[in-house]
Write a protein that binds this ligand. Structure first.
Ligand SMILES: *[C@@H]1O[C@H](CO)[C@@H](O)[C@H](O)[C@H]1NC(C)=O
Ligand SMILES: *[C@@H]1O[C@H](CO)[C@@H](O)[C@H](O)[C@H]1NC(C)=O
Length: 993
């Protein structure tokens, strides 16, 4: 022993005594947390050691990772380490040891007897076989894994060294077979994994005496048969995996005696059939999978003893028929897969008694129909997959008992309707005639009449009573109509796929659902019309619906109006209906355009029924029915009949008659022109307008370019009373005394005439009528010989006029009050209310001795009648404790009027105080009629009043309490609420119609 060795042994002992630290502090290596890289990371042959804890066993798990092509490992770098607590060893990518694994452990510092688990994993590139002596000394080994080591054979006695082995994995190697005596000394083996080895055959006695065997996994080998003796000594077997072998035939007794077995997986083999009794002695079988074989037929009672099977997978076989009694005893079946066989039909009793079945997959067969009642016992089924078959119709109520059904996949079939089967072709066809750009749709969508018997659709609906459904996939069928029941019954539906069908028409019935959240796919149909125009958005849309509608040949016309707005996001803010693929939705008629790029107000529909040679058009955005008979050489107003006008809504009528030869408007009285709002009749031969047939509804009248020289008084009256917009230009107006009325109209209501500056005079060249004054139009003296008479008449007229003017001025107030009271010509009596933001309508200033009048008469009269005014009263609205002066000032400021109750009491007690002064100065400043004086009792004699008060009584509004029109005048003097004016105007318009 040299000095150096002594030194490190001392260190070693010191380390042993110390409590184990968290990091590995031994070895001449790079150190990390619980990790050593020896000798250092960049050395060509380095290896990494990791030490981890396996639960209540500190530092029990040892992991060694070599460089994958290392030829040897030099453990001298870690000769000072002690790994005596290690139980589990993992060796990754390391070369096969030259000696036994125990010797290798000794070099590392692991005590072989302590090791219970060894895993030796390579990358499949080494070709050194295991030797008999490799496992010597590992007497306590319970779990052993050899993976991807390139072994081509296993020595027959190698496991004699490991009698306690419970779990053996010998996987991803290349042995074609195993020696018969291999497991003779490992009686306690319970789990044996031999997958992925290329095993071609196994000797009969391989598992002899392995009575504790529970799991055998043999998948991905090349076994072509299993000898019946192989498993006969292992009655406790639970699980047998034979997936992906070459087995084409099973011996009838291969599973006999496996009374405990739960799982047999034999998928992906070449089985063509099963011996009739092959599973009969496996009563506890719960899972049987034989998908992807070549089975064409199954014996009738092959599963008759397998009451406990829960999962049965027969996907990807060649079954064309199934025996009616095949599943009869399988009361516990939960998952049944029959996908991609060649099943043409299923016998009626096939699923009888399968009350626990949750998933049934029949997709990708060639089912053409299903017997009525076939699913009647499937009361627990949750997922039913029928897609990719050839179903063209479903029996009524076929799913009636499947109340647990949540997902139903019916895509890729030939279903053409989900309506009652007695109506194979739905009578609800939309008739679309593109040549005329006219669409009509006849529908009574809830009821059908058949042999005079009316039935409701949902009673006979194939999906009747499946109201729990959440996903319904109907993609790629031939459905022409969205079944009504889908929208009205299915409150839990969240996904509905109707893409790739033949639906041609959608309206709001198809987009309003009972379920609260729904994604619905209508893409790739033949949808031309999406008509939401009659949707009631407040009641129809309680659920959040997201629709996909691109890839349809939509027609952009009036029917699309609201949908176009919806797509553009301009319909409503609060709407729960969204077009998920809005930016891709396109019209294909009249031209290819994205719906988001069109202006919805431009959408119109031509109507087929119309006056001869005219075009009639519906325009939904303003509910207008436009009749255009322009350029037709008509002599009179054409006859519009009731049948021409769409009866589905209250359409207003616009009549366009540009450039005809019409001489009179009389025809308006004969046709259906009661809803006429716009009469456009320029460039005709009208010389005269009679208001007899002008409907009260008229909002626009265009008579430009006719032969009109004057208008009658009654027509002028009509223009004055209505709000009609006029075009009067380009007529030979005769500007004389007869045109005075028109002139005044232009001056007063010029805003109603759109071409006011184009109204010229035939007798005043180059002068617009509006630019002339009344004297120009109607000079008093025109011809010398009529001077006398005209003078006389003029004098009389002058007197009358003076009297009239005087009386008008005298009674002007009364006239205005009368108009206001009767809510007439409010615009005329309206005054600008600049102070709309004030808190009160009026502040009442009065003497406390007149309280009774104020509280019992004035206040109730103004505050409780219509319109209601808000008064400022000192006892109510003043802040207690504030300076009186400020209070008055504020009250006047905050009020639109100041009412002074003028009485002897007032003059005596209040007058001269600040209240009135404040109001006074304020009123003068704003120059509007802010002060209303109510005189209680007699008007005080003028000379008793002081100067200021006198001034008020002469220039401001004052009212006598005793005046019979007191209230009307008072209200007129009060501010006119602006909304009243508007409301009233509207009402007037309506009444006019
Ligand atoms: C591991 O081996 C050592 C030395 O033989 C022994 O002292 C220790 O108790 C063993 N540990 C276990 C868990 O077997
Ligand atoms: C096999 O298991 C049994 C029961 O657990 C045990 O008594 C017996 O010692 C084990 N045999 C071997 C060789 O370890």
């Amino acid at each position: 022993m040299n000095a150096w060795e002594v030194a490190w042994r001392l260190t070693f002992w010191t380390w042993m005594v110390l409590p184990s630290a968290n990091s590995l502090d031994c070895g001449r290596c790079d150190r990390g947390a619980n990790e050593l890289t020896c000798p250092y990371s960049f050395s060509p042959d380095h290896y990494v050691i990791k030490l981890t804890d396996v639960r209540e066993w500190p530092r029990s798990s040892f992991h060694l990772k070599c460089k994958h092509d290392a030829q040897s490992v030099d453990f001298s770098y870690i000769s000072d380490c002690d790994f005596s607590t290690v139980k589990y060893v993992e060796l990754q990518w390391c070369p096969m040891p030259n000696g036994s694994f125990s010797e290798m452990f000794e070099q590392i510092g692991i005590i072989a007897k302590n090791v219970t688990s060894l895993s030796f994993v390579n990358l499949g590139q080494r070709y050194e076989n295991l030797q008999e002596w490799h496992l010597e000394g590992l007497t306590n080994l319970k779990a052993l894994e050899f993976k991807n080591n390139g072994f081509t054979s296993i020595p027959p006695h190698v496991f004699d060294n490991t009698p306690k082995l419970l779990h053996l994995m010998l996987v991803e190697n290349q042995m074609e077979t195993l020696p018969e005596s291999l497991f003779h000394n490992t009686k306690n083996l319970t789990r044996l994994e031999l997958q992925n080895n290329g095993i071609v055959s196994l000797p009969k006695g391989l598992f002899a005496n392995l009575t504790n065997l529970r799991n055998i996994s043999l998948w991905e080998n090349l076994l072509s048969q299993i000898q019946p003796e192989l498993l006969s000594d292992s009655p406790k077997l639970w699980s047998l995996e034979l997936t992906k072998n070459n087995i084409s035939q099973l011996d009838p007794d291969v599973f006999s005696g496996l009374r405990e077995i739960r799982k047999i997986l034999i998928s992906n083999n070449k089985l063509e059939t099963f011996p009739e009794r092959v599973f009969h002695e496996c009563p506890n079988l719960e899972r049987l999978e034989f998908e992807n074989n070549r089975i064409t037929d199954l014996p009738d009672d092959i599963f008759s003893e397998n009451v406990n099977i829960k999962r049965l997978n027969m996907d990807y076989n060649r079954l064309t028929r199934l025996p009616e009694k095949l599943f009869t005893n399988m009361k516990n079946l939960e998952n049944l897969k029959l996908k991609r066989n060649g099943i043409k039909s299923v016998p009626l009793g096939l699923f009888e008694g399968l009350e626990k079945l949750q998933v049934l997959d029949l997709q990708s067969n060639i089912l053409e129909d299903l017997p009525p009642g076939i699913f009647d016992d499937l009361i627990s089924v949750d997922l039913l997959i029928l897609h990719n078959n050839s179903l063209s119709e479903l029996p009524d109520e076929i799913f009636a008992n499947c109340e647990s059904l949540r997902e139903l996949y019916l895509s890729y079939n030939k279903l053409n309707t989900l309506l009652p089967t007695m109506f194979p072709n739905s009578s609800l066809e939309s008739v679309i005639d593109l040549s005329n750009n006219n669409l009509s749709f006849s529908s009574s969508r809830t009821e059908l009449t058949h042999y005079n018997k009316t039935i409701t659709v949902q009673d006979y609906f194939p999906l009747a009573r499946m109201t729990g459904l959440t996903r319904l996939l109907l993609k790629n069928n031939q459905i022409t109509e969205v079944p009504l029941a889908l929208t009205t019954e299915f409150e839990n539906l969240s996904t509905l796929d109707l893409s790739y069908n033949s639906i041609s028409y959608l309206d709001h019935h198809d987009l309003t659902f009972k379920s609260s959240i729904l994604k619905i796919d209508y893409r790739y149909n033949n949808i031309k019309v999406i008509n939401l125009n009659y949707m009631n958005f407040s009641t129809d849309t309680n659920s959040r619906v997201e629709i996909y509608v691109s890839e349809n040949p939509l027609v952009c016309n009036c029917e699309l109006f609201k949908f176009a707005k919806l797509t553009k996001g301009t319909l409503r803010d609060d709407i729960a209906l969204t077009v998920a693929d809005a930016s891709q939705v396109q019209c294909s008629y009249p031209e290819m355009t994205y719906v988001t790029s069109i202006d919805p107000t431009s959408l119109t529909c031509k109507s087929q029924k119309c006056i001869e040679n005219c075009t009639c058009m519906k325009r939904p955005h303003d509910h207008m029915f436009v009749v255009d008979c322009s350029y037709q050489n008509l002599q009179s107003i054409p006859l519009l009949k009731k049948e021409h006008i769409p009866n589905d809504d209250d359409y207003e009528v616009t009549l366009m008659l540009t450039n005809n030869s019409i001489t009179s408007l009389d025809g308006l009285g004969k046709g259906e022109y009661t809803n006429l709002v716009n009469l456009t009749i320029p460039y005709n031969k009208l010389s005269f307008i009679s208001d007899t047939y002008l409907p009260k509804t008229l909002e626009a009248l265009n008579v430009r370019g006719n032969n009109i020289s004057s208008l009658t008084t009654s027509v002028m009256k009509f223009f004055n009373l209505s709000d009609v917009q006029l075009n009067l230009g380009n007529n030979p107006w005769r500007c004389d005394c007869n045109t005075l009325e028109l002139h005044r109209f232009l001056v007063d209501s010029g805003q109603k005439v759109l071409d006011i500056h184009e109204i010229g005079c035939s007798n005043f060249k180059d002068e617009g009528l509006i630019n002339l004054n009344e004297e120009d139009l109607c000079p008093l003296i025109k011809q010398p010989f009529v001077i006398a008479s005209i003078t006389a008449a003029s004098i009389i007229l002058l007197v009358i006029a003076i009297l009239g003017t005087v009386s008008f001025y005298k009674f002007r107030q009364d006239i205005k009050v009368w108009l206001f009271t009767h809510r007439l010509l409010l615009w005329a009596v309206a005054e600008e209310e600049k102070d709309g933001d004030k808190k009160y309508d009026a502040f009442v200033s009065y003497s406390s001795k007149d309280e009774e009048f104020v509280n019992t008469i004035l206040v109730p009269g103004l505050e409780n009648k219509d319109p209601k005014y808000k008064l400022c009263l000192h006892y109510r609205d003043w802040v207690p404790g504030e300076y009186i002066q400020n209070q008055i000032h504020h009250s006047v400021e905050e009020s639109r009027r100041t009412i002074v109750v003028l009485s002897p009491n007032f003059i005596e007690n209040v007058w001269g105080h600040l209240e009135f002064k404040a109001a006074h100065s304020k009123a003068l400043k704003d120059k509007t009629n802010r002060i209303i004086v109510i005189v209680l009792g007699e008007v005080p004699p003028k000379d008793e009043l002081d100067e200021e008060l006198r001034l008020y009584l002469s220039t401001r509004t004052y009212l006598l309490k005793s005046d019979p029109k007191f209230w009307e005048k008072l209200r007129y003097a009060m501010p006119h609420p602006p909304d009243l004016l508007k409301k009233k105007e509207k009402q007037e318009k309506i009444e006019l119609r």
